[in-house]
Design a protein around this ligand. Structure first.
Ligand code: URP
Ligand code: ZN
Ligand code: ZN
Length: 474
């Protein structure tokens, strides 16, 4: 399907991809990047946007977001509409959300359900990973069908949350074998769920009920143990594996070693693990619930290892794990979601927001602080996730023929982050009051201008489901 938009010439911007950095004109036409060149001549029917002094980036690709996801007794407070609008304002033009297989239905039912809800609401393009909680012969057949006919080539399983989403090792191994054989990717939440559950019960029995105990009962050794186990399962299955939200060196060291051994192991971290450390858990105040995400924040030493791994490609992706729950204000009928754990930290819904601040925060603490280059910034936030999840080169780069998903980013200005000015339904940001370098100025989705400064030009339903192909990791 072509996009009937006015053609746009982005004039004299600095085009940054994972590998290139040059000043050029970029013509967006019929929904794709039509021409890239110097001093392009265009007719009067083409709108010209002066991008002098701006970076021209591929639209961000965020492959770990939770919108309208059921988590325990509640649901993330962003709809597909609010979450994708927030993503757009932050310079992300493609997300991959989760479709949850329930006890009753199959992965195909989960996909259909999520698509039904998303279709009329999405402001940007989207794909789906299926969370598989139960594996049998029929589920494996459906997984295969989803990869070949539904454009869903990645699946997620949990080694944590026993009795809710946790899968046993044999189920994970069966999925790895199936998904790997068909060129897909299994993503794993790696934490030893049963040991963590025991630690939680012991903490509560000792009267330790405040949010800070979330961190104390999820030690990084148990993230490391599960990561190692996942790697060995993938090795046996001869399948690639992707670890979501890697937070600690205890996990990272197994990933680094496996990659050095030639095992196809891939991993992401999230901005919050780079921006904050476990010192936030030093009080019994309920405000700490804002930082109750899983895994919890780790030490400054862990951060040092995450930065090193980002630099040397042992981590390939920075995704947000945007998983918003309100502290006070309610949305969708869910009031004070974090308050569910007021008297018992284990009842606090796990997750934190971040979908709108990913690019600016990583530009500020990554590029501006000399932690990684501009090219690497683009690679980590757009190109690598697009490759690992079968979206490239349609998404994740600026090249002739790619979707015209383009962000004009101003590196020369600062902004102070306030929840009030962000577009998610959630009522807080971990970055409240923080001043950061860089700002998203304009965002194009398949050639449509959807963000113009503070102005919203997009519309619900403009986004499309993007059928994804095989992993492109080698
Ligand atoms: O805290 C988080 N990450 N919540 C979302 C569920 C998960 O563990 O991925
Ligand atoms: Zn997780
Ligand atoms: Zn998550």
């Amino acid at each position: 399907m072509s996009d009937n938009t006015t053609a746009t010439l982005i004039h004299n911007g600095r085009v940054i991809t994972a590998t290139d950095d040059y000043v050029a004109d970029v013509l967006l036409k019929d929904g794709i990047v039509h021409t890239i060149g110097q001093h392009l001549e265009v007719g009067e029917d083409v709108q010209v946007v002066d991008a002098t002094g701006l970076y021209v980036l591929p639209g961000g690709v965020d492959t770990h977001v939770h919108m309208e996801n059921v988590v325990g007794p509640t649901m993330t407070c962003d709809t597909f509409a609010s979450g994708t609008k927030a993503a757009a304002f932050g310079g992300t033009t493609t997300v991959v959300d989760f479709a949850l297989q329930t006890a009753e239905d199959s992965p195909l039912g989960a996909i259909a359900r999520a698509q039904r809800s998303a279709e009329s609401q999405v402001n940007i393009d989207y794909g789906l990973h299926v969370i598989v909680t139960r594996v049998d012969e029929q589920v494996l057949k459906d997984v295969r069908y989803a990869m070949h006919h539904e454009g869903v080539s990645s699946f997620k399983m949990f080694m944590a949350y026993p009795g809710v989403m946790m899968a046993d090792d044999a189920a994970i191994f069966r999925m790895l074998r199936q998904v790997g054989a068909d060129g897909g990717m299994l993503a794993l939440h790696a934490e030893n769920g049963t040991v963590i559950d025991l630690l939680i019960k012991e903490a509560l029995a000792a009267g330790h009920t405040s949010p800070r105990y979330h961190e104390m009962t999820r030690p990084s050794i148990m993230e490391g143990e599960a990561t190692h186990r996942g790697i060995r399962l993938a090795e046996l299955a001869e399948a690639p594996i992707y670890f979501v939200h890697v937070s600690s060196n205890n996990a990272l060291k197994h990933i680094v070693q496996a990659r050095a051994e030639g095992i196809p192991v891939f991993a992401e971290t999230c901005p919050h693990y780079l921006l904050f450390d476990k010192s936030v858990y030093s009080s019994d105040d309920f405000e700490v619930a804002k930082y109750v995400m899983t895994p919890p924040l780790r030490t400054k030493d862990d951060q040092k290892h995450l930065w090193r791994a980002l630099r040397y490609d042992d981590l390939q992706v920075i995704a947000t794990d945007h998983c918003p729950f309100c502290m006070k204000e309610g949305h969708l009928g869910y009031q004070k979601q974090k308050q569910m754990g007021k008297d018992d930290f284990s009842m606090i819904p796990n997750g934190a927001p971040g979908i709108e601040t990913r690019l600016v925060s990583l530009f500020d603490i990554g590029v501006m602080k000399g932690k990684f280059s501009l090219n690497r910034f683009v690679e980590l936030t757009a190109t690598s996730p697009a490759k690992l999840f079968g979206l490239f080169p349609k998404k994740g780069t600026i090249a002739v023929g790619s979707d015209a998903d383009v962000v004009l980013f101003n590196p020369a200005v600062t902004q102070t982050i306030r929840a009030q000015s962000l577009h998610s339904n959630v009522d807080y940001t971990l970055l409240e009051g923080r001043t950061m370098q860089g700002r998203v100025e304009k965002v194009f989705l398949r050639g449509h201008l959807i963000v113009d400064g503070q102005a919203w030009k997009g519309r619900e339903g403009l986004g499309r489901f993007v059928p994804r192909g095989q992993v492109q990791a080698f």
